[in-house]
Design a protein around this ligand. Structure first.
Ligand code: PLP
Length: 426
């Protein structure tokens, strides 16, 4: 049963609306005075400035690299420190059992965040592990076919190809078309690739290369109509888009805490739809399983770092307090600002679709004939802007991925600096 919006709000009502924002311990442990209490419910620049103040990045450093790694907010850092200290101060069985209970609260929070049930949630290390638990856990054999998107991350592409060598199934690859040819194109491509031998289709909800948004709900419905399984890699949508997994209805959905949710590093999620619990094998058997549903068999990972999992829950609470719809709108507005700015520089080739219904918060571009590695370095050293390099001949250049802690000024600074280097060289 899916979790309603009201349940979701109730779950995250932690002791008053500003409870997370108002903890003075952040200021003590993480420097930078936390003077302004954010105006919860606001939307203007003053509100976003107060949100930014909950991150320990220096105000003059603009890191536009959310698709790779997001910073944890002060409340998340505080939770991580508090719970890590707790284990080291008191490693007794009693304290450990308290932490185990806390892990289950994180499972509930994840279920509410994705609008599914705790029985369908496995807390993993990251998206890579979650994707691989799917490709290692299904009974696939010679004669079976798996359809993948050619621009999937290696954990959802190389993994399928390599395991095909061992299990004997065939991998069919849907090529990426640039710029994004439209949702219908990919629906049609997957539809045509399905045969009576197809067992699973996998795709990336939002691609990490150029930010192609996929028709996730429609592709999952297509898979269901053909009795085929669906794996949605949500590494770039979880914590960015206001994803409703119940409505999307995939068989598997995966994500990482340390990307858009701004959680602690090395924590992630694997959603496994109840309807396929009997079709997938665990990859690891050990001690300390989860308490409910699929986690009882799938999450026996031995000794773990509960502090990281508790901090993950704090990250979800933080997002809920800021407003998930607002986070998505803010990141998308910064994206469109970036695309509009870069479009005014005639030498810049933008690989990402400018159409906001086909993109979200991941923008890749080549700045004329400038060497992208040197450009990325100059932007970081001279202009205090962090981007990611995209090497190779395939849609090479730089990638900028703005999130809700970034500012319009940082976007202008990036566009201005690229224009400057195009004129004067690096
Ligand atoms: C689409 C996609 N899937 C999976 C991953 C792997 O994420 P992680 O390194 O957190 O396992 C990434 C990382 O960038 C990604 O972009």
């Amino acid at each position: 049963m899916a979790v309603s919006r009201r349940d979701f709000a109730r779950l995250f009502a932690v002791g008053g609306s500003a409870a997370l924002f108002a903890d003075p311990a952040w200021a003590r442990d993480y420097g930078q005075a936390n003077s302004a209490t954010p105006a919860i419910g606001g939307t203007g620049e003053a509100f976003w400035k107060s949100v930014r103040a909950q991150f320990v990045m220096p105000p003059d450093l603009g890191v536009l690299n959310a698709a790779n790694l997001c910073p944890a907010s002060r409340p998340v850092l505080e939770a991580l420190k508090r719970e890590t200290d707790s284990v080291d101060k008191d490693p007794s069985a009693q304290n450990r059992s308290r932490l185990t209970g806390e892990k289950e609260n994180t499972r509930k929070a994840l279920a509410a965040f994705l609008r599914v049930t705790p029985e369908e949630i496995v807390i993993t290390r990251n998206t890579s592990e979650a994707n691989n638990m799917v490709s290692s856990g299904l009974d696939l054999k010679a004669g079976d076919e798996v359809i993948v998107f050619a621009d999937n991350h290696p954990s959802n592409l190389t993994a399928w190809h390599e395991k095909a060598k061992r299990f004997g199934y065939t991998v069919i690859s849907i090529p990426q078309k640039n710029p994004h040819p439209g949702m219908e194109y990919y629906l049609d491509a997957y539809q045509k690739a399905i045969t009576p031998r197809t067992k699973l289709l996998s795709f990336t909800h939002l691609s990490s290369s150029v930010g192609d948004l996929f028709p996730a709900k429609e592709l999952c419905a297509l898979a269901r109509r053909h009795s085929v399984l669906s794996l949605v890699d949500g590494a770039q949508s979880f914590g960015l888009l206001d994803v409703n997994v119940a409505d999307m209805s995939p068989d598997f959905y995966t994500g990482s805490a340390h990307k858009w949710p701004c959680g602690a590093r090395e924590c992630g999620v694997l959603y496994i739809n109840t309807r396929v619990h009997k079709q997938v094998w665990p990859s690891i058997y050990s001690a300390y399983p989860g308490a409910v549903g699929i986690s009882r068999t799938f999450e026996s990972f031995g000794q773990r770092d509960e502090a990281t999992m508790i901090a993950f829950r704090t990250a979800l609470e933080f997002q809920a307090q800021v407003g998930r719809d607002k986070i998505e709108q803010r990141s998308r507005a910064l994206t469109q600002q970036l695309i509009a700015g870069l479009s005014k520089l005639p030498e810049v080739k933008i690989w990402t679709s400018p159409n906001p219904s086909l993109n979200a918060a991941v923008v890749s571009f080549q700045a004329g004939s400038l060497n992208s590695q040197r450009l990325g370095q100059a932007l970081y050293e001279k202009d205090k802007i962090g981007t990611a390099g995209r090497g190779g001949g395939d849609r090479g250049g730089l990638r900028a991925s703005p999130h809700f802690y970034n500012t319009p000024e940082e976007i202008d600074r990036l566009v201005g600096a690229v224009g400057k280097y195009l004129k004067s060289g690096i």
